[in-house]
Design a protein around this ligand. Structure first.
Ligand SMILES: Cc1ncc(C[n+]2csc(CCOP(=O)(O)OP(=O)(O)O)c2C)c(N)n1
Ligand SMILES: [Mg+2]
Length: 315
């Protein structure tokens, strides 16, 4: 069981690590695209608090919260973004390709929906009480492979929890012009156990942690797959550090949703301010230290070249 301090510390860690990215990104020190989780960090934290390190997990391009909530090393996190050899993918993958095999994070993928069939395979490969988990965005449900994956997981009673971070957008395209029904309705149609959480619950890390306990425990003990849909909100641009809401690319109501349901704000209302301040200060120091260490470390040397791959470039 995770307590409030543990959950808040992880929430704060993700927020401050991404705040560091916001601070440095425009200097071009990070050469990879970044998809920030700010506004939806609570989902990964609540989920991972119910998972073991030998459970198998896979995620999306918006990978930072999953990697850090799952216990990923902070130096390896910044090292990956900075293209350093100490990065969790040795600096080759960048923000969208986070791996942490020691903690069961098989990877994160930039192909929308691409994680879904792999997750079904992960679920087929584990034996209870181990389970598998996949984080997906709402646009992953727009792909045909979504229905195939949900169907097969349900048919074979695969121990896999699908967790949809529904921020209502695929880049700048709202869900209302893309989908006739929301993702959980599809899973339900295939007979899967589904749970849908409003943003009031999903962005409240303590509330969501409580609500996920029973479904995940039942699956671990022998139940079939579970589909969790969390309504949440993305604060910054789809990719990068700009404010796409202020720039007019998304509905201004999204900004109001963030102001009302920011996961840090909701969590801080429920714990003593001096405890939250102390955690934030300790987290900020860790972030600064890890960033400096990663920045000072050896850059990734590209081993690949056309010559080493045997490709004749003279043609
Ligand atoms: C198969 C495929 N199609 C299109 C893209 C381009 N693309 C990258 S992220 C994205 C939107 C993803 O939205 P969602 O799954 O809801 O996740 P979010 O970014 O909202 O977290 C798209 C269309 C892609 N990477 N892969
Ligand atoms: Mg989305």
């Amino acid at each position: 069981m995770a307590d409030q301090t543990e959950l808040y510390t992880l929430l704060s860690l993700i927020r401050h690590a991404e705040q560091k990215i916001l601070d440095v990104y425009t200097s071009d020190v990070m050469q990879c695209p970044v998809h920030l989780s700010i506004g939806q960090e609570s989902v990964a934290v609540a989920l991972c608090a119910h998972l073991r390190h030998d459970d198998l997990k896979i995620g999306t391009h918006r990978s930072h919260a999953l990697y850090l909530a799952n216990g990923g090393d902070l130096v390896a996190f910044f090292g990956e973004l900075l293209g350093r050899a100490c990065g969790c993918s040795r600096g080759y993958g960048g923000s969208m390709h986070m791996i942490d095999a020691a903690h069961g994070l098989v990877g994160t993928t930039s192909i929308v929906g691409g994680a879904l069939p792999i997750a079904v395979g992960l679920g087929l490969s584990v034996r209870r009480p181990r389970v598998a988990a996949v984080l997906l965005g709402d646009a992953a449900a727009d792909q045909g492979v979504f229905a195939e994956s949900v169907n097969y997981a349900q048919l074979r009673k695969v121990p896999l929890v699908f967790v949809c971070e529904n921020n209502r957008y695929s880049v700048y395209t709202p869900q209302c012009v893309r989908r006739a029904v929301h993702p959980a309705a599809v899973a339900k149609a295939f007979g899967m156990e589904t749970h849908e959480f409003s943003i009031e619950v999903a962005n409240d890390v303590f509330a969501l942690y409580e609500r996920l306990a029973d479904p995940i425990a039942r699956m671990r003990q022998g139940g079939g797959p579970v589909f969790i849909e969390c309504s949440t909100v993305r604060r910054y641009d789809h990719n990068g550090v700009c404010d796409d809401i202020a720039a007019g690319f998304r509905d201004p109501a999204e900004r109001e949703l963030f102001d009302q349901f920011c996961p840090m704000k909701l969590a801080r209302r429920q714990i003593p301010p001096d405890r939250a301040d102390a955690i934030d200060a300790a987290v900020r120091a860790c972030v600064e230290q890890a960033y400096a260490q990663a920045l000072a470390s050896q850059e990734t040397v590209l081993e690949y070249s056309h010559a080493s791959a045997g490709i004749d470039t003279t043609l």
